[in-house]
Design a protein around this ligand. Sequence first.
Ligand code: PMT
Length: 226
Amino acid sequence: LTAPGLKGRRVLVSAGPTWEPFDPVRYITNPSSGKMGYALAAVAARRWADVHLVSGPTSLPAPLGVHLHRVTTALEMKDAVTKLAEDMDVIIMAAAVSDYRPVEAAPQKIKKTSGTMTVQLEKNPDILLALGRDRSASRPNVLVGFAAETENLVQHATEKLTKKNLDFIVANNLTQSGAGFGVDTNQVKIIERSGKIIELPCLAKEEVAERILDRVEQLLADAAHY
Ligand code: PMT
């Protein structure tokens, strides 16, 4: 038997940061460039998957043969992902979704005053957590998350894997050079539900995407996932 690969599979990838505005010209965000998520989308499309890429603001061109859905805020990303999720065989959340958003966004540019300024934040919904908890018929066959950590990488990533009910999680040590935000390379550990850890060396993000999608293909080929 040969593995069916990703041909005809519907794959949703999220990428990039979200912008959470508190006035028309200012927002809270993070340094995600979108490179990791775009690499996943590009590689999945080259493997003949039907790819939907939900992307926060980035300067990257749309990968060839991918349906690109542009969003700005975490709430917009949640809407886009939730609408598409029902039809997907695979969902990979590589986006760096802002955990908080300003409670209020002023309609006009906020004027400078002499004192300090306070921006009150409220929690954004956790998109991946909701997908993982919804293990109904609408849940995809394979659900993958990323974990971006600055300490206790394996412990924190494993907690997210369990809490968010994922098939595996890609753990990113943000303190390592050549890994994480903005750079063209990444160094990750793939942590599985069984506790097995696949440690990858520092590789181009496209190569990391190949390894992640190899693992996705194995899970899809596994009878338990049909
Ligand atoms: O974009 P690049 O510059 O290439 O950088 C790549 C990357 C560092 C952004 C990427 O490799 C990465 O680690 N992405 C996940 C970043 C992140 O937000 O991690 P987290 O540990 O805060 O979140 C855990 C998981 O939950 C992630 O899959 C995230 O997409 C998801 N999440 C988080 C918060 C939220 N409100 N909703 C979510 O779905």
